[in-house]
Design a protein around this ligand. Structure first.
Ligand code: FAD
Length: 309
């Protein structure tokens, strides 16, 4: 119930403005978001890299229709790839994560083609810096278009990754296609409120689907990016890696900044490749609301911080 309410206010401007003001609220937001500027993201990313962790940088923003802001978002990613290289953070330990809706994917009939062009520009800058690129997966209305754009990008940038949401009924088939293509696949449970016609509802069903997708990815040449904080699924990932003789370079664990940080360090110390998803930028609200929706305890912590004088 709480999850549904939080997801429904995820795009609500008035709630966002109310949260921007109190210092206590900002402090809680900072648990999940590196900061509003590229400099803050680089400083945090550098600290994580020093601790032996890979980093996925996400310049926050989604569902953009203003052409100027779309261009600005694209330029920000291009500039950020160069900044990473300048600061000695180039190379595959760094990754950029793109939300295609921020690059104009949903803006008019030629939206997907224009978003592909912009993603290409970003991939070109990322490649020059040796940095990887992965496409986030947004709500189910964008899945076909995002997978198609990922396919196009892989022609010129074969290491381009894409996220797949285990909650979607279609995902086992998508994983089989991506396995055949040998793609980098970030497998997540799925963070969007979706209709029953396209998505599994119960946690147990989603977890079962996650394992099924994971098995598919480990069986072939895909590079599984096991993006979950769920201890059971992390253990199953390790077991599948052992069974299929994957080296630590052959798959990786991915977790969100601010969630199970001790586990991130533990897995890295045990020799696994671990990458932290580090969001930054002024448009943090939608991302933050989804993180609260995932865990009632986060919401209570947040409401307590708001109530503090
Ligand atoms: P859960 O069952 O939700 O959580 C398992 C345990 O992890 C919980 O019991 C708790 O201990 C801890 N935990 C989980 N979430 C939180 C939290 N917010 N705060 C505190 N503790 C928590 N979703 C998309 O739809 N598209 C994407 O492109 C996408 N990219 C992602 C990239 C990465 C690297 C990760 C880790 C997640 C991404 N997600 C994405 C979000 C994902 O879909 C889930 O909503 C999220 O990861 C929670 O699911 P879980 O697998 O951690 O399992």
């Amino acid at each position: 119930m709480l999850r549904r309410i939080l997801l429904s206010v995820a795009d609500h401007k008035r709630v966002e403005n109310a949260l921007r003001t109190p210092a206590a609220a900002r402090a809680v937001v900072q648990r999940f978001v590196a900061g509003e500027t590229a400099a803050q993201a680089v400083a945090m990313g550098s600290a994580l890299a020093t601790g032996g962790l890979g980093v996925t940088y996400n310049f926050l923003g989604e569902y953009q229709s203003d052409p100027e802001r779309i261009e600005r978002s694209c330029d920000a990613f291009v500039g950020f790839a160069r900044l990473l290289e300048d600061r000695g953070l180039g190379g595959p330990q760094s990754e950029l994560s793109l939300k295609l809706s921020a690059l104009g994917q949903l803006h008019g009939p030629d939206g997907p083609a224009r978003a592909l062009d912009r993603a290409r520009r970003i991939c070109t800058a990322a490649l020059a810096a040796g940095v990887l690129v992965t496409l986030d997966m947004e709500d189910h209305t964008t899945t076909d278009s995002t997978l198609e754009i990922a396919r196009e990008l892989r022609r010129d940038f074969p290491l381009t990754g894409v996220a797949v949401q285990a909650a979607l009924r279609r995902s086992p088939a998508d994983c089989a296609d991506l396995r055949a293509a040998g793609a980098r696949v970030r497998l997540v449970k799925g963070a969007y409120r979706e209709p029953d016609s396209v998505a599994l509802r119960s946690r147990a069903d989603v977890d079962r689907a996650y394992v099924r997708c994971l098995r598919t990815l480990f069986e072939g040449d895909a590079r599984p990016l096991v993006a979950t904080h769920d201890p059971r699924l992390i253990e199953i990932g390790s077991e599948l890696a052992r069974r299929h003789g994957r080296s630590p370079q052959g798959f990786e664990y991915q977790m969100l900044f601010g969630v199970r940080s001790a586990e991130q360090r533990r897995l890295a110390a045990a020799g696994h490749s671990v990458r932290v998803y580090l969001p930054f930028g002024p448009d943090w609200y939608g991302y933050f609301a989804r993180r609260l929706a995932e865990r009632p305890a986060n919401t209570l912590f947040f409401l307590r911080a708001l109530a503090r004088p």
